[in-house]
Design a protein. Structure first.
Lengths: 322, 271
């Protein structure tokens, strides 16, 4: 693509994001008329809708970036925070903090440790004889994920009802964050993680060539790998702490974006941020309107869309490159 | 001063020792070949030279400095490695791949300057892959991809280039193209080359020194002609050989035959 083509491309992504945000607000039932704007009750409702759209944008962008990082480091096109059980680990960390009555600010931290623990566990389990097999990784991730989810559900069922969300919230996600304080903290943590990933994206390109090649190019491979896995855990964990488990976003969007911008992370990551944010906002808008007035949990929508996509990749893995 | 000096190298994969005490000196500006049968440890030795493996005993000195103590990035500015089994699931374009060769010269964020892009472009041009710049690495042919990988190594601007069977899987013309290119960089820029090869005659046409590896030992070393004439080579490979010279180039040339197929009155070797 020529320079003007790229300008047009990035411009379109920004416009799509803005349009999606508008649609997201409208889907929440916002109707703007001057008489409404001054109304106090309306302001409160608008604030809720803005929070929902903001959370959608952050979660969409963050999950996609985490997905990209995992796919590059593990060199596996099927890697994704939800599939690998990293989201479940993050959820468990967050739930523990809630049960123990820690302040809101601690949620992203415990979620990070939960997510990082799950990441390292899956990573170790999948390294059989020094080589990581594509399917072993996925199987290890799925099993670790369901075990951590079970512990999480046990906590939710037996824990203090008034503090924890319900089972549905944890398993299927909800982008409606009612606690602005939590949204701000999670937003800052996730954005910081995304920015770091954007800044050092080129190292992902180098790592994608394989560990030995990356070493020959002067990269401190073990250190870089650990830092990037921590970064992915931080982003995914903090998002789970705020809106539960939303699956497959980090799998579908990066693949679709790669088809347009190619494999280089310097273009892939920013495009994923913009397109991932738009996509999740739109998916949530659909979840709110399809069976209106009932709201379908966002996780149902992303899993119904992303699941078949995952199976398709599973079938074509080996033939296809990404 | 030698560029690369290996002293008493021992290396094991698990309980199995692959290299049993190897001493090897590579002088600056040399075009050296590492020869030997399958399983003799030549690829392992090449990876040892690159610092990718941790040794059981011995040390590798680069410009008289211990490789293990050198910073990886600092080393990568001087030393490039062309791997035999390159693979990535990512479909980079040829240009993106070659530009990644600049990594050791860039900061942690890896922003390239115009100079870096020029160097990458020159590497594309030198390897004849400029026309492929926009193509994806998995949609071009194996020979083209190998050239792109050579271009990536050249973009690294190494003083020492280690190559693991750069010409295997390539047709005859591409084999010579790669060797000609390497030879040119050796002559014109004084780039030191160490290459592992199964093709003895191709190595003999270009290398000014060869090391013959047998079962984890250096069995013989020297100019190709002297190594090829010695009976050690036949012993190491376990197959009778006949020394002659390539009539087209007058370079040393070996011919092989299974013992059962050898003529009752073999001709006398040429000199």
């Amino acid at each position: 693509m020529s320079r003007t083509d790229w300008c047009f491309f990035w411009g379109s992504l920004v416009v799509i994001l803005l349009l999606s945000a508008g649609i997201g607000l409208l889907a929440g039932g916002v109707t703007l008329s001057p008489s409404h704007v001054l109304d106090k009750g309306f302001r409160a409702i608008l604030e809720l809708h803005v929070a929902r759209v903001t959370m959608g944008a952050i979660a969409g962008a963050g999950l996609c970036v985490a997905g990209c990082i995992l796919q590059a480091i593990l060199r596996n096109p099927l890697a994704e925070p939800y599939v690998l059980g990293i989201s479940s680990g993050g959820g468990l960390g967050a739930a523990l903090a809630i049960v123990m009555g820690l302040p809101t600010g601690c949620l992203p931290i415990t979620a990070f440790f939960g997510a990082m623990g799950a990441t390292m566990l899956v990573y170790r389990l999948a390294s059989v004889g020094g080589r990581r097999q594509a399917y072993t990784l996925i199987l290890a991730g799925v099993v670790v994920g369901s075990m951590l989810s079970s512990i999480l559900l046990f906590l939710v069922m037996t824990g203090p009802q008034h503090r924890l969300h319900n089972v549905m919230w944890w398993l299927l996600g909800d982008l409606q964050v009612t606690d602005w304080h939590l949204l701000k903290i999670v937003g800052c943590v996730a954005m910081a993680g995304i920015l770091l990933a954007l800044l050092f994206g080129r190292q992902l390109d180098v790592l994608a060539l394989g560990e030995e090649s990356a070493g020959h190019l002067g990269l401190h491979v073990e250190r870089a790998k650990l830092l990037f896995l921590a970064l992915a855990s931080l982003i995914a964990g903090s998002i789970v702490a705020a809106c539960g488990l939303v699956g497959f976003v980090g799998l579908v969007i990066p693949h679709l974006v790669r088809l347009t911008v190619g494999a280089s992370h310097r273009r892939l990551l920013p495009a994923c941020v913009l397109f991932g944010a738009s996509s999740l906002i739109l998916a949530d808008a659909a979840a709110q309107t399809l069976l209106s007035p009932r709201i379908v949990p966002i996780g149902v929508v992303t899993t119904l869309l992303g699941g078949p996509f995952f199976l398709f990749l599973l079938r074509s893995h080996g033939r296809g490159r990404f | 001063m030698s560029l690369l000096r290996m002293q008493g190298i021992r290396f094991s994969y698990g309980p199995r020792e692959i290299l049993h005490g190897i001493d090897l000196v590579l002088e600056e500006g040399q075009f050296a070949g590492l020869l030997g049968p399958n399983g003799s440890g030549k690829s392992t030795l090449l990876r040892v030279a690159s610092g990718a493996l941790s040794l059981t005993a011995g040390q590798v000195l680069y410009r008289e400095q211990n490789l293990a103590s050198l910073q990886r990035k600092r080393l990568a500015r001087d030393m490039a490695f062309l791997s035999q089994d390159f693979s990535t699931e990512f479909d980079f374009t040829v240009e993106e791949l070659v530009l990644l060769g600049r990594t050791p010269h860039l900061g942690p964020t890896g922003w390239e300057t115009a100079k870096d892009r020029d160097i990458a472009r020159q590497a594309l041009e030198d390897t004849g892959t400029l026309v492929l710049a926009e193509r994806k690495i998995w949609e071009i042919s194996g020979g083209e991809r190998q050239m792109a990988l050579v271009a990536m190594c050249l973009a690294q601007e190494p003083k020492l280039l280690l190559l693991d069977e750069p010409s295997s899987h390539l047709d005859v013309r591409h084999q010579f193209e790669i060797m000609e290119l390497l030879s040119r960089f050796n002559r014109e820029r004084g780039m030191t080359l160490l290459l592992v090869s199964h093709d003895l005659n191709l190595a003999a046409s270009y290398c000014d020194k060869v090391f013959l590896l047998g079962q984890g030992h250096i069995a013989d070393q020297g100019p190709p002609a002297s190594v090829f004439k010695s009976p050690t080579l036949s012993q190491v490979y376990g197959i009778p050989s006949y020394f002659t010279r390539n009539p087209l180039t007058d370079k040393p040339h070996l011919m092989f035959a299974a013992p059962s197929k050898i003529h009752p009155h073999p001709p006398r070797p040429a000199h």
